[in-house]
Design a protein around this ligand. Sequence first.
Ligand code: G6P
Length: 623
Amino acid sequence: MCGIVGYVGPRNAVEFLLEGLRRLEYRGYDSAGVATLTPQGELGVSKSVGRIAALSEQLECRPLSGSLGIGHTRWATHGPPTQSNAHPHLGGDREIAIVHNGVIENYQALKEDLEIEGYRFRSETDSEVIAHLIDRQLTELIASGNGTPREPAELAAEAVKRAVSRLHGTLGVAAVFRRFPGLLVAARRGSPLVIGVGDGEHFLASDASPLAGYTDKIVYLADHQIAVLTADRLKVTHRETGPIRHRVHTLDIDVQQVELGRYPHYMLKEICEQPQSLADTMRGRLNHEDATAVFGGLNLTPQQLRGIDRILLTACGTSWHAALVGEYLIEEMARLPVEVEYASELRYRNPPMDRSTLVFAITQSGETADTLAAMREMKRKGHPTLAVCNVVGSTAAQESDGGIYLHAGPEIGVASTKAYTSQCLVMALLGLYFGRMQHLSYDAGRRYIDGFRRLPELVEKSLQCQSEAQRIAEKYAHCQNFLYLGRQHNFPTALEGALKLKEISYIHAEGYPAAEMKHGPIALVDEHTPSVFLMPPGFIYDKVLSNVEEVKARGGPVIAIAAEGDRRVAELADDVLYTPAVPEYLQPFTTVVPLQLLAYYIAVQRGCDVDRPRNLAKSVTVE
Ligand code: G6P
């Protein structure tokens, strides 16, 4: 949802802005725009509805130059996706240009005040008030003369600070000023911003992916901080405490990770990257000697950890499915009760909990509004709250008491794939970790470790069903309804398979525990409704096989996800996708891969925009 980029330095700003916006496309958007301070000293703006490609063509016909600029991808909230509602917005008499991520809750009242004062609004957005408000604050500061800061950087930062203090809601804002060439101001409250530190140049973005290949030095802005960027200087101040010494981190994303390479879509690239991403998640986290897992950032003492007698996992979307996998794995390995809650529900619930409950917020982006709200609510109540997230420096990472990074690499496709399997792996490792603190034997710990170590190779084998998944997808792509059925460790996978299909192919799909079929879903079975059965080996196999019989008896097509060498299923099912035969605790990793591939190829067959599905955003930063 909404993306921000900014640049100040010797380059032609538009080149970085467009490339940066392309890299932010994955977040979901419906219009885009850029503004630069032109060599003539004017603020030039170019905006368009639709894809960055359209903006890029527009800029080819009517170029914008200048070495200071900002850009934005907008995901409409206040007002439809039109050119006038697209950002950047101009404030005053073309004095200021701003881009904004977030929602301004009191914009209506501010707008009325500003209109009375003579400010003319050109859009229906909440964001435009920010531009006029900064202009008003700046005009006041300049007019008040004595005692106020005179230096451009200070004036600009003070004007932004004063404007922001009048705004209610969330914001990540970048502003450039006609009268202050070579200076960009960024402010953050609840919506992420990062700064890339280059050699005689600075970059700004709402996440790190635009910076890859430009610089490997990154500063994560925290809430209530304001940054002033010039080509060779970065000054960060806190709303209350004044100037702060910012930490420069090393950015560990390289440019190949954010580019498609030989793949037609990011989703397929990320599905295929899973052997590597799982290896990366596992790296350094297995302790063979003690047969346990290692986590460096939990920030809890061994005593506190041993005192934990309950775990609460909270998340949204695909991450919530990873939490469900966690429930099965952690309970099995550690014998600790695990509860899974939708973050959107938890934030308004008041479940009875005591201090020995440990909360994990699971979020790929670390920016999902509901997950952050649930996390804050749990912290407020005094529970140790840890984040399991992928994006380094994200809000969840900053605000949690500690956490675990997935190290899955940037995930660009809106439908989560590699982050999901890495989240499941972290859940499994947590099971091992807490298990070894409680009753799990050394021997059992070693066996789990041996299994985890094989995961990259096992997932590589699961990927071998790619061409078969494509063939099956072509056969069923015309269907309007799908059922996904699995039991035990494969129940969350059924939910995830159904979600993947819905997200990218717009086919109605439902996931159910296979045994629940007879309590409703079986009524949907007919020759046009395929049922995807997850049936790897295990104590429940025969029962699932009976469910397959029931579907077949009603004329429903069956696609089975089964283990190599399973002949019984081949006799019953219409189509089979084979995965390696593994114990139950490894099945969530091997059986989800064919479902990801099936969803992908069905969406491609239907001509859907796989990486940018309609109405969805990679990171949902509003409630
Ligand atoms: C959005 C994305 C999903 C994701 C969910 C939670 O809906 O489209 O792919 O699973 O948000 O995101 P998070 O970043 O918190 O894991």
